[in-house]
Design a protein around this ligand. Structure first.
Ligand SMILES: Nc1nc2c(c(=O)[nH]1)N[C@H]1C(S)=C(S)[C@@H](COP(=O)(O)OP(=O)(O)OC[C@H]3O[C@@H](n4cnc5c(=O)[nH]c(N)nc54)[C@H](O)[C@@H]3O)O[C@H]1N2
Ligand SMILES: Nc1nc2c(c(=O)[nH]1)N[C@H]1C(S)=C(S)[C@@H](COP(=O)(O)OP(=O)(O)OC[C@H]3O[C@@H](n4cnc5c(=O)[nH]c(N)nc54)[C@H](O)[C@@H]3O)O[C@H]1N2
Ligand code: SF4
Ligand SMILES: [Mo]
Length: 751
């Protein structure tokens, strides 16, 4: 196929300085084992090698990957300005020449027959039929406005994402809330990061992951909690492998995951016993005097109360709760004491829990009482999930007002209104309802119109059947996605076709607070538009285009966000152009106006001062709470869910389109079960089994493996059926769903 020039939306970035193209051997793309002779001769037969080479590239540019929060940079090789291939960037501070299978295959999802090429509107027969943008936008405005007229402005809400560029997220949040009068808009980052956000805000005074990736290489003791880094953040794991200190790598996870197998120590704790477990470790550290009193006195508040609280968490008591023997608890505490640079990292094993915020803070507390923060190789570090979860956390105008401000703070409202040149009265005085409250709002009839962008709730939200029944109650559902076939798009009243990664520009903020650049290297198919352009259209048809006159293009929005963020911990006012991001290999926040990013590995709290008014971090703790749905006679197993392989991404709308990636994971939904349980139930490998919870009954293939404990099952979230089983229960402070525990039964025979 001949490369076509990019015409649908002009892109300034394509004229960037062009690097010499450096194509690797096509075979290096996905296979990291030794190549056999046969593979070398016939790569296609093994799903290896390139998509048939269209032509030789004539230029190369680089940009950040659009999957996970690691934020690797990829060299995109261009022919006539259009991407034909890619390879990892070698001189980018994040990935230093590496990429995981998803990164290598990032272009594949763009070309797929189910890409949306035109807006679709439900016709009188209830079928989605093509319409032009004018009709789509008129219908969008007419329907949402009439709902608002009948039921109030709050009766329309949106659900967004951590996978759109920061500029688009800010545009969505500002348009919806300041112009369209919506009060409620949340995003899939609620499913993912809400717990870390609340934990950090309460402990540090701001949502601020303190680390830089170099810390992976500088630690001597690395504690990974509820994080399967090897498959969920493979390049972060590679950074650990670059650590020359022979670090002790400690994994705390009920399953013997890929990461636990590669670690030096695995603590297979009982699910949801983290809170007690880390209080138990604190108990030992405190009673042995293994704490950093001078750091505590200078930088920490609440030590005496915390020491009192953990008194009852004796090693014996904690061993009983967590299933980890007393000696092993002592071993871990001693390791933390002996380590000079101890870093603590956590992901969904902590965040997705009904007591996640306090469990995250139990980890933060360990770093604080041992002074393991603000120095190289240390930190209480939440590993983010999606490519732009950090952008969503701070700039989406959902849980916090643009730039990590607070809706309820009058000074913050007036600052933002002043910079945007809008009437302050347009800014809501409180944060939006959370995702689950929006779902409940629909159930109760308070919310009647919903706009879903770049997320697929009918696969990914907890207790799926209920979610579907609720969404069916809507008067008008708009879904804006790259694909027409997602579970959610299929239910839309109006579908808007969106450009995806590589087809538009903007910035993502990765886990270590680094803004990286996204460029346009491919044309979106048909009439699909970037989310930015769609938002521009919505503003125009809604009649509030004037309010966003200065929001000309993503780069001008970044400048506006810079101004808004000035003086905040997440200050990005020093980033004055996209070119600057390109020149520096991305830039971590904060970077105040007039400052230069002289160091591209910066961590927070080096001066021991936190963001609370008195400059101190707070030790926050609580009592344990009971598991809402423990295993019972009828449902004797505890179901854990999470990531399956490095080649699958979430609801598979993108990774499911790559023929290469598809060869790297099982096609059918599967359930991991311990050999002892399989034997007892006479289950054989690969057999179809039935799994039931109080909410649903599904079938899956049995994957018999000792990596799960007796009495536990594990299922990857990438298969749609899994969330038919999960229980809708939430952390009370963050409202994040607790996806990783519900009671199920398993039967050997499929129905
Ligand atoms: N390949 C791939 N990579 C991804 C993604 C993807 O879909 N595919 N998604 C990205 C996103 S958005 C996210 S949020 C991250 C998620 O990254 P991770 O959080 O690393 O992935 P999960 O598999 O969801 O959960 C991690 C582990 O938590 C464990 N766990 C369950 N219950 C408990 C518990 O009670 N305590 C402890 N300590 N551990 C527990 C599980 O056994 C699991 O191994 O991955 C990102 N990277
Ligand atoms: N059981 C269980 N469920 C889980 C989890 C779990 O561990 N267990 N993890 C949860 C977590 S951490 C997360 S983050 C969520 C993820 O859940 P989702 O957000 O629902 O998953 P994705 O498949 O990433 O959905 C993103 C959607 O955006 C579309 N898209 C991609 N790029 C663009 C773009 O630029 N513009 C537009 N408009 N659309 C785009 C994709 O086609 C896709 O439909 O799942 C949650 N669900
Ligand atoms: S580790 Fe994450 S950012 Fe890096 S290539 Fe893989 S998916 Fe992309
Ligand atoms: Mo996530």
């Amino acid at each position: 196929m001949k490369a076509k020039p990019l015409t649908s939306e002009p892109n300034k970035r394509l004229s960037l300085p062009v690097l010499p193209s450096a194509l690797p051997s096509p075979l290096e793309r996905v296979f990291d084992g030794p190549m056999t002779q046969e593979m070398l001769l016939e790569p296609a037969k093994f799903g290896l090698g390139l998509v048939p080479q269209k032509s030789q590239p004539d230029a190369t540019t680089n940009m950040v990957c659009g999957f996970c929060s690691t934020g690797c940079a990829l060299n995109v090789h261009l022919k006539d300005g259009e991407a034909i291939n890619l390879s990892p960037t070698t001189d980018y501070p994040v990935n230093v020449g590496m990429a995981c299978p998803k990164g290598w295959e990032a272009l594949a999802p763009l070309a797929s027959p189910d890409r949306g090429t035109t807006p679709l509107l439900k016709n009188s027969k209830g079928k989605l039929a093509p319409v032009d943008w004018d009709t789509a936008m008129k219908e969008f405005t007419k329907r949402f406005k009439s709902i608002q007229q009948m039921h109030g402005d709050d009766s329309v809400a949106f659900l967004g994402t951590g996978q759109m560029p920061t500029e688009e997220l800010a545009f969505l949040g500002s348009l919806a809330k300041f112009a369209m009068g919506m009060k409620h808009g949340d995003s899939n980052t609620r499913q993912c990061m809400a717990t870390a956000v609340v934990a950090y805000k309460e402990s540090f005074g701001f949502d601020a992951p303190p680390y830089t990736y170099e810390d992976f290489e500088q630690s001597d003791t690395i504690v990974l909690v509820g994080s399967n880094l090897c498959i969920a953040h493979p390049i972060m794991w590679q950074r650990i492998l670059l650590n020359k200190n022979h670090p002790e790598i400690i994994v705390v996870d009920p399953r013997k995951t890929e990461t636990a197998m590669a670690a030096t120590q695995h603590f297979a704790i009982a699910p949801k016993s983290d809170l007690a477990f880390f209080y138990g470790i604190a108990h030992i550290l405190i009673s042995e005097g293994w704490v950093d009193m001078s750091f505590i006195e200078q930088s920490v508040e609440g030590y005496d109360e915390f020491a009192h609280h953990v008194k009852t968490f004796t090693p014996e008591h904690v061993a009983e709760i967590s299933g980890i023997p007393v000696e092993r608890l002592h071993y871990l505490a001693h390791k933390i004491h002996k380590g000079e640079r101890v870093s603590f990292w956590w992901t969904m094993g902590i965040n997705q829990s009904y007591e996640g915020v306090r469990a995250a803070q139990a980890i933060i507390n360990l770093a604080l009482i041992t002074g393991n923060i603000g120095r190289p190789g240390t930190g209480a570090n939440s590993v983010t999930g999606q490519c732009n979860a950090m952008g969503s956390r701070l700039f989406s105008n959902t849980t916090s007002l643009l730039g990590g401000h607070t809706f309820s703070n009058p000074q913050h409202r007036s600052k933002v209104a002043g910079i945007l040149g809008i009437d302050e009265a347009r800014i809501p005085h409180e944060a939006s309802d959370s995702y689950d409250q929006i779902i409940e709002g629909i159930l109760k009839g308070r919310i009647r119109g919903l706009w879903v962008l770049a997320t697929n709730p009918l696969h990914s939200w907890i207790n799926q059947k209920f979610c579907k029944e609720v969404l069916e109650r809507l008067d008008f559902l708009v879904v804006q996605d790259m694909y027409t076939t997602t579970e959610t798009a299929l239910e839309a009243d109006l579908y808007l076709p969106a450009a995806g990664w590589g087809e538009k520009e903007g910035t993502f903020i990765n886990s270590e607070r680094r803004l990286g650049l996204l460029k346009k290297v491919a044309r979106a198919p048909g009439k699909a538009l970037s989310d930015f352009s769609i938002l521009k259209l919505v503003a125009h048809y809604w009649g509030c285009g004037d309010m966003f006159e200065k929001w000309e293009d993503p780069e001008s929005v970044l400048a506006i966000l810079g101004e808004i963020s000035a003086g905040q911990p997440c200050d990005i006012s020093g980033i004055n152009s996209y070119q600057m991001l390109d020149d520096h290999g991305g830039i971590q926040w904060p970077l105040g106006k007039g400052h230069q990013p002289t160091d591209n590995q910066r961590r927070l709290f080096e001066d021991g001062r936190f963001y609370h008014e008195n400059g101190k971090a707070k030790l926050i703790f609580a009592d344990r709470t009971a598991m809402p749905e423990p295993p019972s006679d009828a449902f004797p197993f505890l179901l854990l869910t999470g990531r399956g392989t490095a080649s699958q991404w979430h609801t598979q709308t993108r990774t499911g389109k790559s023929s290469v990636l598809k060869r790297l994971y099982p096609k059918d939904v599967y359930v991991e079960i311990n050999p002892a349980d399989a034997k007892r139930l006479a289950v054989s490998p690969q057999q179809w089994v039935t799994i039931s919870s109080q909410r649903g009954r599904i079938t899956a293939r049995a994957f018999i493996t000792p990596t799960v404990q007796v009495g536990h099952l594990f299922m990857p979230m990438h298969y749609s059926a899994v969330n038919q089983l999960t229980l809708a229960h939430f952390d009370p402070y963050s409202r994040q769903p607790s996806y990783k525990n519900c009671a199920v039964s398993l039967e050997a025979a499929a129905p």
